[in-house]
Design a protein around this ligand. Structure first.
Ligand SMILES: [Zn+2]
Length: 96
């Protein structure tokens, strides 16, 4: 049907490109992808600052945290996300 289908990220070892990184960023932030994929996306974001700022990650985080306040452990989720971001910022900082 669709010819422009993207190849599945699973099983790939190469770096992700901007569109893949951004499209999977939500999953990454939600920690709903496995460690290997998460690592590749984190790697890209660390290399590609425009992705970070363009996607308004922090704004998304606020919404995510607010949404999850409805559920069990917002503090834990918030902490986990902050850890992810901190790691990203440290990596970007070290490279810059
Ligand atoms: Zn990028």
């Amino acid at each position: 049907m669709s010819q422009g289908e993207q190849r599945p990220p699973e099983g790939g070892h190469g770096p992700v490109d901007c569109s893949e990184a951004l499209s999977r960023l939500f999953d990454f932030l939600d920690a709903e992808i496995d460690e290997l994929d998460g690592d590749r996306i984190r790697q890209h974001l660390a290399d590609c600052e425009p992705c970070l700022s363009e996607y308004d990650v922090e704004d998304h985080l606020k919404k995510l945290v607010r949404r999850s306040c409805h559920e069990a452990a917002p503090a834990e989720l918030h902490l986990r996300i902050r850890q992810q971001l901190t790691v990203l910022q440290i990596q970007v900082d070290e490279r810059g």
